[in-house]
Design a binder for this molecule. Structure first.
Ligand code: SF4
Ligand code: SF4
Length: 132
């Protein structure tokens, strides 16, 4: 199974937005500017960063997001800090494990993040990569 970037974004929207605390009861994004959500504003970079990692540990995914997404995000301060992240208002950061799972499931890879409390039991198996 191969996924286009648009299809992948739809899958992730479907899984993450419905869990997101910013979502309104009517099912809309409650951000003042929904297009400002870093998860989808920078989705191509997010997808590439996650696809570049093959690990059962969440650390390398966080590193890849910091390196490839936060580095080009206008919310990041020159010193690498991010007030939006500190206030748990970045959906990408807040739901990173779920985003990783959604993308890897959609692209044919399932895995068990060690020690992070996700429902596990799956094993690593690499599948086709997305088409960007
Ligand atoms: S903030 Fe982002 S993840 Fe949350 S509902 Fe809005 S678009 Fe979806
Ligand atoms: S954590 Fe901050 S810098 Fe990184 S993507 Fe989110 S808003 Fe942007």
């Amino acid at each position: 199974m191969t996924q286009s970037l648009g299809e992948l974004e739809s899958i992730v929207r479907n899984k993450i937005c419905k869990l997101c605390t910013e979502r309104t009861v009517s099912g809309e994004c409650g951000l003042e500017e929904p297009s400002a959500c870093a998860l989808f504003r920078l989705f191509p970079q997010v997808a590439l960063a996650i696809q570049s990692v093959q690990s059962d540990d969440v650390g390398p995914y966080i590193d890849a997001i910091r390196r490839n997404v936060c580095s080009v995000c206008n919310e990041q301060a020159p010193d690498g800090s991010c007030e939006t992240r500190q206030m748990v208002q970045c959906a990408l950061d807040a739901y990173l494990l779920l985003v990783v799972d959604a993308i890897e499931e959609a692209t044919g890879k399932t895995f068990d993040k060690k020690g992070v409390g996700l429902a596990g039991g799956s094993t690593v198996s690499l599948g086709p990569q997305i088409q960007l």
